[in-house]
Design a protein around this ligand. Sequence first.
Ligand code: ADP
Ligand code: MG
Length: 246
Amino acid sequence: MVAADTRRFAVHASESASRAVVRIEHLSRVYRQDSLAVRALDDIDLEIDEGDFAVLVGPSGSGKTTLLNMIGGLDSPTEGRIWLAGTEIGGMGKGELSALRLRHIGFVFQEFNLIPVLSALENVEFVMLLQGVPTADRRDRSLALMKELGLEGLEHRRPAELSGGQQQRVAVARAIAAQPSIVLLDEPTANLDSKAGAALMDLMRRLNQQRGTTFIFSTHDPMVVERARRVIRLRDGRIEADERRT
Ligand code: ADP
Ligand code: MG
């Protein structure tokens, strides 16, 4: 309790000098189903700094997906405030929020969400297409990234013609290619074997170190937790611990 209050004070005190990509204050999310109310997030205070490589851990139902959705602007708070790259997203119009999300957020969902009628390469290019990146640039960046992710030779396959692990890497390539400020991944290794999972983590860590891209991922996987630089533990919608590793 004392530690949380101290941190909250520190957040305000350093406001102008803050390098936070994401800032969250008193965030709660209550889901109502029939007469039942579930407090999925309960008074969360959190800052994600530029260059963080952070993992959200906690039992199933502890609020990991809800928190990622909030940070990604896909769901809105019942109470509290969220800033993304210095801009408060509460009260933003739909169009304004999509534009902000397009520029700053890369999202890798648990179920990949690839577009089935597009090839792997076209899927990777898709976010850049929306961003208005010129065709040649788009193609070069996508091909290079796919190669780096071990997807060379699979560029023209449709998602249905790829394994789960390959689809996952296409989704990661799509999220990263657009060079967002922050990449959010919900259980990124859940559908990968341990070798592919480790390779994915190593690639993300390389991007984190070389480009300074900020990553937040949720997981149950000890291998992922081991590789994180910051471990945020959730329980019943609250932050139970927040530990940085040097
Ligand atoms: P985690 O990802 O850690 O497993 P979630 O964020 O998915 O946890 O869920 C947190 C809590 O909120 C759970 O009790 C879950 O049942 C509830 N919840 C999540 N999304 C919804 C929703 N759309 N409607 C109702 N309840 C939800
Ligand atoms: Mg989840």
